[in-house]
Design a protein around this ligand. Structure first.
Ligand SMILES: Cc1cc2nc3c(=O)[nH]c(=O)nc-3n(C[C@H](O)[C@H](O)[C@H](O)COP(=O)(O)OP(=O)(O)OC[C@H]3O[C@@H](n4cnc5c(N)ncnc54)[C@H](O)[C@@H]3O)c2cc1C
Length: 390
């Protein structure tokens, strides 16, 4: 698993000189610094805290945060490149950087007040992990049926309820958390709050033991009369649904980047193994059956990458990308599942064991069809748009 991969040529997709330099720097860091820890982090289901510090030092936890707030002043496209390159080595590292940049930082940059930006953005860029808390036990796909309640009492909101499945829950210091002022108001009651880990009444509950992305923490959050200052409403009261919808649209491109990274990581190992493994007196890569499988995988990865890159470019260009983001997440997660599954098969029996890296890619790929909206929810969005519905 700690084996490095340096023999593959870089993908041919057109990037600017700056983007190429950025991607190569992130790739080298992932190969040299993350790769040696991947197997152990997966086995122990713990993300190395030292690595997290290095992500901050490299500026990868605040890619789009403006330089005046201590961030890297980069583009959304660069954040996507970072998620892809990290996920090629470890999908857990990929999702940590993804949630920080595409969900949490983006929400602060877009909807934060001047004071909130001044207070929170420098922390997000330099030392504090963020998390995004929408889902609950009874509200997943039907996210706006959430029950966590917020009541205004003098200068503070009092929050009560439980959040489930929250990525980065264990490491995070700051949470963008959605609650309703009144469930009877439906989506119009939903409000986004900035909640800090040490606010009274806030605790992190059970951490899930998962199939894949095991080193990424997924936790329950418990709010028992949790006191949140009135000025910690993000955006407008009752407009949290808009923040949730729009940040998740961006987030889906990030999950697409995670999926193409996972697929490429598995494919590269499959190529290498096929050139080393001998059967019938020759390398299995000399059999046309294997060659065609590798060619099909490479083609699907490239098609998926173009979808991710184009949608990210649309976002940076200020275009509407709702349909494309749904297509990106839907298709890249299908490609990742197919490619990683074939990679296991190309390894034969060895692929089914934990002595080789491909079974982990196969496990990590599965989450792409589930979080930030299941594949059925993406199909629903695409169908509504192409059929002219709302
Ligand atoms: C590892 C992990 C990390 C996560 N991280 C976060 C996080 O950081 N923040 C956060 O808020 N949430 C997070 N989630 C939650 C995730 O977004 C939800 O699990 C997801 O939206 C699905 O919700 P659910 O699990 O309740 O499934 P359900 O909504 O119960 O869906 C079950 C099945 O029913 C299908 N279904 C539901 N409704 C329809 C419909 N109308 N039409 C057709 N099919 C339908 C679904 O497609 C699915 O196949 C995470 C989940 C996991 C597993």
């Amino acid at each position: 698993m700690s084996e490095t991969l340096t023999h593959r040529p870089a993908p041919v997709t057109v990037l600017s000189e700056d983007e190429t330099l950025f991607r190569d720097t992130v790739r080298q860091f992932a190969e040299e610094k993350i790769r040696p820890h991947v197997k152990e982090m997966d086995e122990k289901a713990i993300f190395d805290p030292g690595l997290l510090q290095e992500f901050f030092q490299l500026g990868l936890m605040g890619i789009e945060i403006p330089e005046q707030f201590g961030g890297s002043g980069g583009t959304f496209f660069e954040a996507i490149l970072a998620v892809e390159e990290f996920s090629r080595v470890d999908a857990s590292a990929g999702v940590i950087v993804d949630v920080q940049n595409t969900l949490v930082n983006n929400a602060f940059v877009r909807w934060g007040s001047g004071a909130q930006k001044k207070d929170y953005l420098p922390r997000m860029a330099t030392n504090t992990v963020g998390a995004y808390a929408l889902s609950e036990a009874a509200s997943g796909s039907d996210a706006f049926a959430l029950q966590t309640r917020a009541q205004l009492k003098s200068n503070e909101y009092v929050l009560n309820g439980r959040k489930l499945w929250i990525t980065n829950g264990k490491e995070a210091g700051i949470f963008i958390l959605f609650a309703t002022l009144d469930p009877a108001l439906g989506y119009k009651g939903i409000t986004a709050f900035i909640v800090e880990k040490d606010f009274p009444g806030f605790t992190v509950g059970k951490k899930e033991d998962k199939l894949g992305i095991r080193a990424s923490s997924t936790c329950e959050l418990i709010l028992e009369d949790c006191l949140v200052p009135k000025e910690n409403v993000l955006g407008e009261v009752g407009k949290g649904y808009k923040i949730a919808i729009e940040t998740l649209n961006e987030g889906r491109i990030g999950i697409g980047a995670q999926m193409i990274g996972v697929a490429r990581g598995a494919w590269e190992f499959a190529v290498k193994y096929s050139q080393e493994r001998k059967q019938f007196g020759k390398a299995i890569s000399e059999f046309q059956g294997i060659q065609f499988q590798l060619a099909q995988m490479a083609t699907e990865i490239e098609a998926a990458r173009l979808l991710v890159y184009n949608t990210a470019r649309m976002k940076d260009a200020g275009m509407n990308f709702l349909k494309e983001a749904a297509m990106t997440k839907l298709y890249t997660s299908q490609v990742a599942e197919r490619v990683t599954s074939l990679a296991v098969e190309i390894y034969g029996g060895a692929g089914f064991t934990k002595d080789y890296p491909v079974e982990k890619y196969f496990r990590d790929a599965k989450i792409g069809k589930i979080y930030e909206g299941t594949s059925n929810m993406q199909l629903g969005t695409i169908a509504k748009i192409i059929l002219g519905g709302k």
